[in-house]
Design a protein around this ligand. Sequence first.
Ligand code: NAD
Ligand code: ZN
Ligand code: ZN
Length: 389
Amino acid sequence: MRALTFHGTHDVRVETVPDPRLINPRDAIIEVTATAICGSDLHLYNGVIPGVARGDILGHEFMGRVVEAGPQSTLRPGERVVVPFTISCGSCFFCQMQLFSACDNSNPVESQDASELAYGHAMSGLFGYSHLTGGYPGGQAQYVRVPFSDVGPIVIPEGLEDEQVLFLSDILPTGWMAAENAGIRQGDTVAVWGCGPVGLFAIQSALIMGAGQVIAIDHYPHRLDLARGLGAKVIDYTQTDVLEALMEMSGGIGPDAVIDAVGMESHGFAPDNLMDTVKQKVGLGADRGHALRMALMAVRKGGRVSIPGVYGGMVDKFPLGALMQKGLEVRSGQTHVQRYSQDLLRRIGEGEIDTTFLISHRLPLEEAAEGYRNFRDNQNEWTKVVLKP
Ligand SMILES: NC(=O)c1ccc[n+]([C@@H]2O[C@H](COP(=O)([O-])OP(=O)(O)OC[C@H]3O[C@@H](n4cnc5c(N)ncnc54)[C@H](O)[C@@H]3O)[C@@H](O)[C@H]2O)c1
Ligand SMILES: [Zn+2]
Ligand SMILES: [Zn+2]
């Protein structure tokens, strides 16, 4: 089959690789009909996530048709499914608590040491996302093997197009969980850093959950326009003093909740960010935490901090004093996708949630490398790339 494989920083290629096959009784093989490139894939592409090997198949946002199902799969050949990026067994201590991205059974033992060393505990398996999370072949391919296919994939009813449901695999529930983690109450002022797909879905979710005003922060005019289109007020951080503006827009107390939808590769020329950039380049393991620092400084006393943005290692110059002194609540995590699938599918079906407004480009899988390059270098216009194998 054809698949997008990793060959080093800024080097991905579509190649012919062996077809996947069933290994375990709960597996299914999916023929991919649509897959997307995520901001999380850019961290791999930019070489800031360890544990990616040459030849690894990337991609964790995908959907398709079941072509083969093991004897213990609940799927039937021919069914259309969206597959969560988190691989979860459904029965361990963590899955029972619906903490699907913390599943204890999906990250093979041989991958756990590095993950334990980095985080104290092994994380769950993820598709196409480094050997820290199992080294599973991803979905930017013609076919994928889906383990625990009786737990993750959701069957899509006829009448919904691929592009309406594809993002149930990751960024839609991620935006939703980001808003849920911000503990939004009726009338809240919520500030969101980053107007990429995750930030945009977090904005949409926060408004559905009753936020009184959502303030979106980025520097790309088109992405800010998309945020405005959802009903957010916007701040271009290159033009405006963000902390000052947020104070003014929140009646002088700061936002009730803040969401960091930027993660470990913050842009900009703030001194802390420049120092982080140097450290990240020379492999000192420092994430670029500028957006998170800003969010912690901006949020009101007793406010809530939600971090969907991915961090991989260490952040220094971290305003721990602000967190402690202001009595902040912080919630984060890789998304527990399976927890939200049915509810969000229903909201899409009923027309409450539109997921297609942020798709800017559709490419054949063969042009995936071009998609990566542009999603990284032309972020203003390339807001979301969907690949069709
Ligand atoms: N928690 C999860 O399960 C999960 C799932 C998907 C993605 N993510 C993470 O969410 C983050 C966003 O993903 P995305 O797909 O939207 O990525 P993206 O790269 O398309 O968007 C990031 C946006 O942040 C903006 N930005 C950069 N620095 C900024 C700053 N200092 N202030 C304000 N805005 C700034 C960029 O201009 C860009 O528009 C990434 O870190 C990604 O890895 C997490
Ligand atoms: Zn993703
Ligand atoms: Zn589990």
